[in-house]
Ligand binder design. Structure first.
Ligand code: EPZ
Length: 430
C-alpha cells in the first residue's frame, strides 16, 4: 500500500491549479444514463472514485471515452469524458461494484426513470456514519415506484408507462437524495416538486447540465425544485465546476504553513463560509482575476469556532482540515459536526502529532499547541487523510501517512501540487 512521507515546516509559495469537482463529476457521469445520446463532460478529475464509477456505468452498457492530454500536465483542464448510454444492457448494480463507493447507489434514479426498473445493492455503512437510504426510497415512492428490499438489494419498479411526478418533502437536506430524485423526475410524467432540496453548488451544476440535456427544471439554487417531466433527454457538452473542497483544503494548508499561494481557477462563491473562517483565523484571503490568493506572513493563527452545516454553511468535507489548522491556533476552538455522527476519526490521529483535542458529543474542542511533531499516522477516510497531510506540513520532523488510497479517491496529484509550492513531500509506493 502506498504511503506519503513528508517533512514539515516549509512555507507554501506558488500556484496550485484546482481540479474539477469530484462530487459534481460523479452525478454528472450518472446523468449519462438518462439519454441514448453522448454526454461530453469537460474538466473531469483523474481520481479513483471516477474510475470506479466508470466500471459501474460500463456494467450498465455505457460506452466511455476519455481524452486527456499526454503527458498529463499539472496545469491542464482535466479529462474530457464522453459517455454514451445508447442502450442500457443491465439494470442491476451489483454489490461488488456499489459497495466500494456510496455515490454509485445514485444510478437508481436514472435507471428507474429510463428503464422503469432497477436492482441496486444497498451501499451499506460507511466510516463516517450509518448513511441510510430512506430519503431516496421515500422520494422514489412519491414518484410512483414500488420498492422492495431483497437480499441486500433495493428492487424498484416504476408503474406501467413510467414514473409519475409527485411531491417530495425531504426530512433533512440530503445531497445524494436530491441528485437522485431530481434525475428520476426529469423523465417522469407530470410535475415533481422537491421541497427542502440540497443547494450545494454540485446540485446546481448537475441541474444545469440536465437543463442543457433538455430537462425542464425551475428553482435551481433554491430549496424548492420544480421539475416538469419530458419524454426524452438529449446529449450535450458540459463543464464540471472547480472543486470547492480541494480549494478549501489547499487554502487551509497555506494558512497552516504560512506563505503565499494562488489557487488558480477556484471560485469564492462556492466557499464563502470556509474562506471567512480562514480569514478570521489570521490568513489574508483575496479574490484575484484567476482564482483565490491565500497569504499568511509572520502573524500567528487565532482560534475560530465553526458549526458544520449544509451549503452555504461550513462544509462537513472541510471539517477535518479545519481542525488540523486549529491545532496550531492561539486559544480554544469549538468545531461542531452536525451532518455525520461519526466524522471525528481524524482526532486520534491528529493527537499523534501532539494536538490537544477533546470530544464532547458532536463538538471537538481544539486547544492550539505551540508545536506539532511529525508522526506515523493512518488515513481513515478521504477528508480525514488530507487533514493529516496538513498537520504534517506544519509539524517538526518527518511524517508518514499510511493507507493513502483514501486520498487518491478524491485528490488529484496532491503531492505534485504541494511539491510545486515548496513542500517536502513524496509518495512511497508499495
Ligand atoms: C454527499 O454525500 C457527498 N458525497 C459527501 O462527500 C458530503 O460529505 C455529503 O454530501 C454532505 O455534504 C458526494 O457528493 C459523492 P447526504 P451524501 O445525503 O449525499 C443523512 C466526500 O468526502 N441521510 O447529504 O451521501 C445522512 O446520513 C463525501 O467527498 C439519511 O438519513 O450525503 C447524513 O447524516 C463524504 N437518509 C445527512 O443525511 C438518507 O436517505 C446528509 O447526507 C440520506 C441521507
Amino acid at each position: 500500500m502506498d504511503r506519503i512521507r513528508l517533512r514539515g515546516e516549509n512555507a507554501l509559495n506558488g500556484s496550485i491549479p484546482i481540479s474539477g469537482a469530484k462530487n459534481a463529476a460523479l452525478p454528472l457521469m450518472i446523468a449519462s444514463l438518462l439519454t441514448p445520446e453522448a454526454l461530453v463532460l469537460n474538466n473531469v478529475p483523474r481520481l479513483a472514485d471516477v474510475k470506479q464509477l466508470e466500471r459501474i456505468l460500463e456494467n450498465h452498457g455505457v460506452d466511455i471515452g476519455v481524452h486527456a492530454r499526454r503527458p498529463v500536465d499539472i496545469d491542464d483542464r482535466g479529462q474530457q469524458m464522453t459517455l454514451t448510454a445508447a442502450e442500457i444492457i443491465d439494470t442491476c448494480a451489483p454489490y461488488e461494484l456499489v459497495s466500494a463507493m456510496r455515490a454509485s447507489f445514485w444510478v437508481i434514479g436514472p435507471l428507474l426513470a429510463r428503464m422503469h426498473e432497477a436492482r441496486v445493492s444497498l451501499p451499506g455503512g460507511c466510516a463516517i456514519g450509518t448513511r441510510p437510504v430512506d430519503f431516496f426510497l421515500y422520494g422514489l415512492r412519491q414518484l410512483g415506484a414500488e420498492i422492495a428490499i431483497d437480499e441486500g438489494y433495493v428492487v424498484a419498479k416504476a408503474p406501467k408507462g413510467g414514473l409519475v411526478g409527485g411531491r417530495v418533502e425531504l426530512p433533512r437536506v440530503s445531497v445524494g437524495a436530491t441528485h437522485t430524485i431530481m434525475m428520476a423526475a426529469t423523465l417522469a410524467r407530470g410535475t415533481t416538486v422537491i421541497e427542502n432540496a440540497a443547494i450545494e453548488p454540485e446540485i446546481t451544476n448537475v441541474a444545469e447540465c440536465l437543463v442543457a440535456m433538455g430537462a425542464h427544471i425551475s428553482g435551481i439554487g433554491s430549496r424548492t425544485l420544480v421539475i416538469e417531466g419530458v419524454a426524452d433527454l438529449h446529449g450535450t457538452s458540459f463543464e464540471v465546476i472547480p472543486d470547492r473542497i480541494e480549494t478549501g483544503t489547499f487554502a487551509m494548508a497555506a494558512a497552516m504553513t504560512g506563505g503565499d499561494v494562488l489557487l488558480s481557477g477556484a471560485r469564492t462563491d462556492h466557499l464563502q463560509t470556509a474562506l471567512d473562517a480562514i480569514s478570521r483565523a489570521g490568513a489574508e484571503v483575496s479574490v484575484e482575476p484567476n482564482g483565490i490568493r491565500i497569504v499568511r506572513n509572520g502573524n500567528g493563527l487565532t482560534a475560530v469556532d465553526v458549526e458544520i452545516d449544509p451549503f452555504p454553511g461550513f462544509p462537513t468535507d472541510l471539517q477535518a482540515q479545519f481542525m488540523a489548522l486549529m491545532t496550531r491556533a492561539n486559544g480554544v476552538s469549538a468545531i461542531r459536526e452536525t451532518i455525520f455522527e461519526n466524522r471525528f476519526m481524524h482526532v486520534a490521529e491528529l493527537m499523534r502529532f501532539g494536538a490537544d483535542i477533546k470530544i464532547e458529543g458532536q463538538t471537538a474542542h481544539v486547544t492550539g499547541v505551540p508545536e506539532l511533531k511529525g508522526a506515523k499516522v493512518m488515513a481513515t477516510d478521504l477528508r480525514a487523510s488530507v487533514s493529516l497531510v496538513i498537520a504534517g506540513l506544519a509539524a517538526r520532523g518527518e511524517t508518514v501517512v499510511n493507507r493513502i488510497y483514501h486520498l487518491d479517491r478524491g485528490f488529484e496529484r496532491l503531492e505534485e501540487k504541494l511539491r510545486a509550492c515548496g513542500a517536502d513531500i513524496e509518495r512511497i509506493e508499495g
